[in-house]
Design a protein around this ligand. Structure first.
Ligand SMILES: *Cc1c(COP(=O)(O)O)cnc(C)c1O
Length: 409
């Protein structure tokens, strides 16, 4: 036993030595723009709860009512003990929200990607990923055993090169393709806040007969009419074979979803191992997510999105001198105005850590994002804004960033 602990302690020491050690911070309050850590209140710029729904009365009430009616736990997988009504109501409203034939929900976005990609592709197939897609997509692609290629972030020429290479491998034989090709990207990227050129990517995948999967984790609830997402905003939803996302960010609850054709959803129910071999989430999570989707489409949802847009505008203007320091500067212009993710790329891991510590000393909580979440030497402060922040909160942040990040050199 001691040698096991010794071995792990050595590995942990190596992480510490590279400024890559991570630890949990216990929060003693509900999610929101102010959180309590160790008896102290912090202004919180770390959450993906973009519309402030995680602690919204409508979602909490829906969850409580679902507990009272359907109990605390689901009891088994949905294929084993019957599939509770809240999941069906949620999936119907998700499909309507995303304008697809059908939807399927999973325990998390992570396992939605894992189950879907491994169900659809195997070792003879080809997966082409944007370099910056989320870890769950990378892990899913690896687990599928498919041949894997990565194209430079948002680079259409590089994507086309990879598609041409894949075309040759997948050549038609006796009227049947030898392999399927799947392209995967995000609509708004999680650590950079920039947008993929979805229209152009759709055109390319159509030209090469590939399938397309788009992860809308950071666009659903925020972008497009009623917060339907970026694919709907650009009117390309019907050309995307697989739309995925999470119910745990702007929608305020928990879980992952896949939206698409009836055939896709029926296939996943039969083949997605992370769906089949896992106990269904608690019914309260489905009820809360359903309330989140309804809220996103209501006039209150519109009001919250407008508030969020105002904070984003204010923050981008206020921290412009800081974010111009490094690469984040040019990327900001590529963002749709409404991306709530503002990365301040500092590069060095220790520099990002020090900046985060100094901000915490001033009562501001902004995470330092490091490898392996982003590339080595691309460490950053990742500011996320929500509609629950006040104008005052954002000016406090801008002032502190100016002092801490701009003045250090
Ligand atoms: C958060 C996130 C996920 C995973 O969703 P969870 O529901 O948190 O598991 C997937 N993709 C992207 C881009 C994300 O940011």
């Amino acid at each position: 036993m001691t040698s096991f602990a010794d071995e792990l302690n050595q590995r942990l020491a190596a992480l510490r030595g590279q400024n890559l050690f991570r630890e949990l911070r216990r929060v003693d309050s509900a999610p929101g723009p102010r959180i309590q850590i160790g008896g102290r209140t912090f202004l919180n710029f770390s959450s993906n709860d973009y519309l402030g729904l995680a602690n919204h009365l409508a979602l909490k009430t829906a969850a409580i009512q679902a507990v009272e009616r359907f109990g605390a736990g689901a009891g088994a997988s949905r294929l084993i003990c019957g599939s509770l009504a809240p999941f069906h109501e949620l999936e119907e409203s998700l499909a309507a929200f995303k304008k697809t034939e059908a939807a399927l929900t999973f325990a998390t976005g992570y396992v939605a990607a894992l189950g879907t990609i491994t169900a659809l592709l195997g070792k003879d197939d080809i997966i082409i990923l944007d370099k910056l897609v989320h870890a769950c997509i990378v892990d899913a692609a690896r687990l599928s055993g498919a041949k894997l290629r990565v194209f430079d972030h948002n680079d259409l020429n590089d994507l086309e090169d990879k598609l041409k290479w894949a075309d040759k491998l997948a050549k038609v034989e006796n009227g049947k393709r030898k392999a399927e090709i799947l392209v995967v990207t995000e609509s708004i990227f999680s650590m950079d806040g920039d947008a993929a050129p979805l229209r152009e990517i759709v055109a390319l995948k159509e030209k090469h007969g590939a399938w397309l999967m788009v992860d809308e984790a950071h666009a659903t609830g925020i972008l497009g009419e009623n917060g339907r997402g970026r694919a709907d905003e650009l009117a390309v939803g019907s050309q995307i074979e697989i739309q995925m996302g999470t119910l745990g960010k702007a929608l305020g609850a928990s879980g992952g979803y896949i939206c698409g054709s009836r055939a896709l959803i029926d296939f996943l129910v039969n083949r997605a191992r992370s769906f089949i071999f896992s106990t269904a989430p608690v019914p309260a999570a489905a009820a809360a997510a359903m309330a989140g989707i309804q809220l996103a489409q209501s006039s209150e949802g519109e009001r919250l999105r407008n508030l969020l847009a105002a904070r984003i505008h204010q923050c981008r203007a206020g921290v412009a001198p800081v974010s111009n320091l490094k690469a984040a500067g040019d990327r900001r212009d590529a963002c749709p105005m409404t991306s709530a993710i503002i990365p301040l790329i500092l590069g060095d891991e220790s520099e990002a850590m020090t900046a985060a510590v100094k901000l915490r000393e001033q009562g501001i909580f902004v995470p330092a994002i490091r490898y392996p979440t982003v590339a080595r030497a691309a460490a950053r402060l990742r500011v996320t804004l929500t509609s629950a922040h006040s104008a005052n909160d954002v000016s406090t942040l801008a002032k502190m960033l100016e002092q801490i990040v701009n003045r250090k050199s």
